[in-house]
Design a protein around this ligand. Structure first.
Ligand code: C2E
Ligand code: CA
Ligand code: CA
Length: 461
C-alpha cells in the first residue's frame, strides 16, 4: 500500500533522532565540553570499577590529582579565551605522557585527574610506578606555549593516592589525592606529593638519589674497578670484568646493587653505561700494547642494548680509542629477552659481526627458555655466584645444578665462566667438571686500575 513506506520512514527518523539526543545528553553528562575528556562523574565511576577489580585481583593502582600552578593569574589577566586555550594545550601535553590504558579526566577549572590501574601488588612498587608517570607528566608540561599571541609557561602540582589503599570508596581516594596535591603546592609547586607519608618518604629518597646520580658523572664521583678472570687450568689471567663504583659525597662508596636498578628505571643507565664504556675503552687502549690478549667484560643493561643507536655508539667508541672489537666482551642478562627481543638480537648480531663478544650473565636466575637463548649470538655463559656458593651443599643438589649448567653450555657451544669463586674446593671442583674460566675473591677482589695493573704483572696473560 502506498502510504506505508512513508510511515516507516517517519518512525525510523524519529528513533535515530531520539538516539542522537540521548547520546548528546550522555556526552554532556559524562564529558567535559572544553577538552572532550571524561568529566568528574565518569572518572569517579571508572575509579570505582577499577578499585573493585583491583580488590579482587589483589593489586594496586594510583590516582594522580593535577592542578596547574598560577592558572588563575592567566585567566584573570589575559581572559577566558586564553585560559581555555591553555587548558586545551595542557590536555594535549598530559595525554602525550600517558599510555592508552590510562584515563585522563578534567575535574573542572584547572584540575585534571589521571587514573592508573593495576600497577603492582606491592605498595612500594606501585608508588614508584606512579611517581615515574607523575614525573613524566610534570616534564611534559615544562616549556612555554603560545596561546593567542601570548607566551605562557606552565607547571603543575601533582598529588598521588594509591587505591584501593585504606579506603574502598572512590570519592575518598579522590579526596586523598586532592589533599596530597595541596601539600605539593605548599612544598613549592611543580612537584609531586603522596597522600601516605611512608610512600612520600620512600619517594623523596628515590628522587634525591636520582638527582645525585644524575650529577655523579659530571662531578667525577664514579670510578671503575676490574676483577680478574682466570683460566682455571693454568690460573693465568685471561681478562677482567669491569664494575662500576660510586663515591657519594656523604654516604661514601655506594655499590651498584644500590643504584643500577634505579638508573635502569629512570633511563640514566644510558648515560652511565656510555661513561663506563668510554673508560673501559680508554683502559684497553693503555693496556693492550703490553697485554695484547686482554679482554675486558663490560656489563650492558637491557635498556642499553635496546637503544636505537647502540651499535653505532659502541663501534664509534672502539674506533676512537683504536681498540679492536675482539678485546671487548659485553655481559648481558636474560632481561634482554623480556622486551623488544628482535631489536636486541639484531643489535647483538651487528656487534658480533664487528667482533664484539657476548656473555650471558647471571645464567639460570631468570626465566629464559633455552630456545630463546639459542637465538642469541653468545660466546660465554656465566655461572651465577649463587650457584658457585651452593656447590658444596650437603645433599649434592647444588653441585648437580652446576654440572647441568656446564652440560648446557657445552651443548650450546659456549665457554663457561664461574663467578664468585671463594674457596679452593670450589675452584677444584669447577675445574674438574670442565669449567674453563672463573673469577672471585679466591683470586682477587675487584681492583682499582693501578692495583689491577700490578696484578697483571704478576699473573701473566
Ligand atoms: P654481576 O655482573 O653479577 O657482577 C658480579 C658481582 O659479584 C660484583 O658485584 C662483584 O664484585 C661480585 N663478586 C665477584 N666475586 C665475588 C666473590 O667471590 N664473592 C662475593 N661475595 N662477591 C663477588 P658488584 O660490583 O657489587 O656488582 C653488582 C651488580 O651490579 C653486577 O652484578 C652487575 O649486574 C651490576 N653492575 C656493576 N657494574 C655495572 C655497570 O657498569 N653497568 C651495568 N649495567 N651494571 C653493572
Ligand atoms: Ca656481570
Ligand atoms: Ca653475575
Amino acid at each position: 500500500m502506498p502510504g506505508e513506506p512513508v510511515l516507516i520512514r517517519g518512525s525510523v527518523t524519529d528513533i535515530s533522532e531520539r538516539q542522537r539526543y540521548q547520546r548528546e545528553i550522555e556526552r554532556l553528562a559524562f564529558s567535559d565540553e572544553l577538552t572532550g575528556l571524561p568529566n568528574r562523574r565518569l572518572m569517579l565511576d571508572r575509579l570505582q570499577h577499577a578499585m573493585d577489580r583491583e580488590q579482587r585481583e589483589n593489586t594496586l593502582g594510583a590516582l594522580l590529582f593535577i592542578d596547574l600552578d598560577h592558572f588563575k593569574t592567566v585567566n584573570d589577566s589575559l581572559g577566558h579565551l586564553v585560559g581555555d586555550g591553555l587548558l586545551r594545550e595542557v590536555t594535549t601535553r598530559l595525554a602525550s605522557g600517558l599510555r592508552a590504558e590510562d584515563t585522563l579526566a578534567r575535574m573542572g577549572g584547572d584540575e585534571f585527574v589521571v587514573l592508573l590501574e593495576g600497577l603492582d601488588s606491592n605498595p612500594q612498587l606501585a608508588a614508584e610506578a606512579a611517581a615515574i608517570t607523575a614525573e613524566k607528566l610534570l616534564k611534559s608540561l615544562v616549556g612555554t606555549c603560545w596561546i593567542d599571541g601570548h607566551e605562557l609557561s606552565i607547571s603543575a602540582s601533582i598529588g598521588i593516592a594509591l587505591h584501593p589503599f585504606g579506603s574502598q570508596v572512590a570519592a575518598d581516594v579522590l579526596k586523598q589525592a586532592d589533599t596530597a596535591m595541596y601539600r605539593a603546592k605548599q612544598g613549592g609547586r611543580n612537584a609531586l606529593h603522596f597522600f601516605a607519608p611512608e610512600m612520600q618518604a620512600a619517594i623523596d629518597q628515590r628522587l634525591q638519589m636520582q638527582s645525585e646520580l644524575r650529577q655523579a658523572v659530571q662531578r667525577n664521583q664514579l670510578y671503575l674497578v676490574f676483577q680478574p678472570q682466570l683460566a682455571l687450568a693454568t690460573e693465568r689471567i685471561a681478562g677482567a670484568e669491569v664494575l662500576l663504583r660510586w663515591v657519594h659525597p656523604e654516604r661514601g662508596e655506594v655499590m651498584p646493587g644500590d643504584f643500577i636498578l634505579l638508573a635502569e628505571e629512570t633511563g640514566l643507565i644510558e648515560e652511565l653505561g656510555a661513561w663506563v664504556l668510554e673508560q673501559a675503552c680508554a683502559a684497553l687502549a693503555r693496556w693492550l700494547p703490553q697485554w695484547p690478549q686482554l679482554v675486558l667484560a663490560v656489563n650492558l643493561s637491557p635498556r642499553e642494548l635496546r637503544q636505537r643507536g647502540c651499535v653505532a655508539r659502541i663501534s664509534e667508541c672502539l674506533q676512537r680509542h683504536q681498540v679492536p672489537a675482539t678485546a671487548l666482551e659485553l655481559e648481558i642478562t636474560e632481561g634482554v629477552l623480556l622486551e623488544d627481543v628482535e631489536q636486541c638480537i639484531s643489535n647483538m648480531q651487528e656487534l658480533k659481526v664487528l667482533g664484539v663478544r657476548f656473555a650471558i650473565d647471571d645464567f639460570g636466575t631468570g626465566y629464559s627458555s633455552l630456545t630463546y637463548l639459542k637465538r642469541l649470538p653468545l660466546d660465554r655463559l656465566k655461572i651465577d655466584r649463587s650457584f658457585t656458593w651452593d656447590m658444596d651443599g650437603e645433599d649434592g643438589s647444588g653441585l648437580m645444578l652446576v654440572q647441568t649448567i656446564l652440560v648446557i653450555a657445552r651443548n650450546l657451544g659456549l665457554e663457561c665462566v664461574a663467578e664468585g669463586i671463594e674457596t679452593q674446593w670450589q675452584l677444584d671442583s669447577l675445574r674438574e667438571h670442565g669449567c674453563s674460566l672463573g673469577q672471585g675473591y679466591h683470586f682477587s677482589r675487584p681492583l682499582r686500575e693501578a692495583d689491577f695493573q700490578a696484578w697483571m704483572q704478576q699473573h701473566q696473560l
